[in-house]
Design a protein around this ligand. Structure first.
Ligand SMILES: Nc1ncnc2c1ncn2[C@@H]1O[C@H](COP(=O)(O)OP(=O)(O)OP(=O)(O)O)[C@@H](O)[C@H]1O
Ligand SMILES: [Mg+2]
Length: 352
């Protein structure tokens, strides 16, 4: 099929898998062109550090080949402790004034040497609490970290034209599929394998973000540790398999419930911190993305702990899908894992 030059391939290198989405845009509507996932060995990315770049490059090239994607233009994203996102308040100034002073302004908010980071910002508007000030979203990412990530794509012969942040890609996907409602405060929670990222939005403005360094791996690691399971069996038990030799199904459930509650508690802590630092915003709804959002038990545990309804997000809700080309049931099952990749595929060159 004809692919417009404008279309960019979204590639999300997650710690558990590489995920690719390509969309075709026509008159403001996206249509799904291709979608694919390639699992990564758990040793490939550890603590957010790329340990085996060759394995990732191979996964990217294999996927692109299998999906017959020709475009070299890629949107990708980073996240984790090498990325700092902070909402700060500064005296009112223009975009270009801030451009020339941002290094200096940012210094006090960034726990790394300023010469070691790439800095980006977005002026959000006047500070409602003080009209002489404005709110600014400050994003700083360690250069080394971004360079390592970029190298995956250049080594794959690709051109990474958009370098995004995971949670902003999820927000972008959410905007297209669900839309923002003025002044409504919602939380988007991406439940990944090794990390969980929380972002709170009022209308279309991001007002709080936080990364929790734990995710779905916690559940399988607990099963492995406490029942002496292999990593394969632990993963299967996590996904619902109960007939594992010599293992009592009830003990699987017990361990899983406990680990799920711990995960939900971590999310609750983040949102408690948000509530304590923001004046009057109460979250009306929680939207869940990432593979772990497939677990009904996780959704229930979060609803119970937070006391807020939680919904699993469909990243293709408003994306046109040809029934003949894609199986709707399969797409629904894997959808949440593609939230970042879908948000990336919706990017345009020049977006930040
Ligand atoms: N039904 C399910 N129940 C529980 N966990 C699930 C289910 N389906 C998928 N998962 C888990 O979701 C995780 C994969 O999700 P995702 O693809 O969002 O992670 P990732 O992007 O690779 O990780 P990260 O963002 O942390 O680097 C795995 O830990 C997988 O076991
Ligand atoms: Mg992820």
């Amino acid at each position: 099929m004809f692919t417009s030059k404008k279309d960019i391939v979204g590639i999300d290198v997650g710690s558990s898998a590489v995920k690719i989405v390509s969309l075709h845009e026509s008159r403001g509507t996206f249509q799904l062109q291709s979608i694919g996932i390639m699992p990564l060995n758990p040793e490939t990315i550890v603590d957010n550090t790329i340990m085996d770049s060759t394995a990732i490059v191979d996964a990217i090239l294999n996927l692109l080949g299998a999906l017959k994607i020709k475009s070299k233009r890629v949107a990708t994203s980073v996240s984790g402790h090498s990325v700092i996102i902070r909402k700060i308040s500064l005296p009112i100034m223009t975009d270009s004034e801030l451009e020339s002073s941002i290094q200096w302004e940012a210094e006090q908010y960034i726990p790394f040497d300023i010469s070691e980071v790439n800095i980006d910002f977005q002026i959000l508007g006047p500070d409602p609490a003080d009209p002489s000030q404005m709110n600014v979203m400050l994003v700083a990412a360690k250069k080394d970290f971004v360079d390592d990530h970029t190298a995956l794509f250049t080594e794959s012969g690709l051109d990474p034209v958009v370098m995004d942040i995971d949670c902003f890609a999820v927000e972008n996907m959410f905007d297209y599929n669900y839309g923002f409602v003025d002044d409504e405060v919602v939380a988007l929670i991406d439940l990944g394998a090794s990390a969980t990222s929380v972002s709170v939005l009022r209308g279309d403005a991001s007002i709080f973000t936080r990364d929790i360094q734990t995710g779905g791996n916690l559940l399988s690691e607990e099963l492995q540790k406490r029942l002496g399971l292999s990593s394969g069996d632990a993963e299967r038990a996590k996904l619902g398999e109960r007939s594992i030799a010599d293992v009592d199904p009830d003990s699987i459930d017990e361990i899983l419930n406990e680990a799920i509650d711990n995960l939900a508690q971590e999310v609750q802590r983040s949102l408690d911190f948000f509530a304590a630092t923001s004046s009057d915003d109460s979250i009306s709804k929680v939207y869940l993305t990432g593979g772990v959002s497939n677990s009904a038990k996780v959704r229930e545990a979060l609803e119970e702990r937070l006391g807020i309804p939680a919904e699993r997000v469909d990243p293709f809700r408003n994306v046109k899908i040809k029934d003949k080309e894609f199986d709707a049931e399969y797409l629904d099952a894997i959808g949440p894992m593609f939230s970042v990749a879908a948000g990336l595929a919706m990017r345009k060159v020049g977006d930040k």
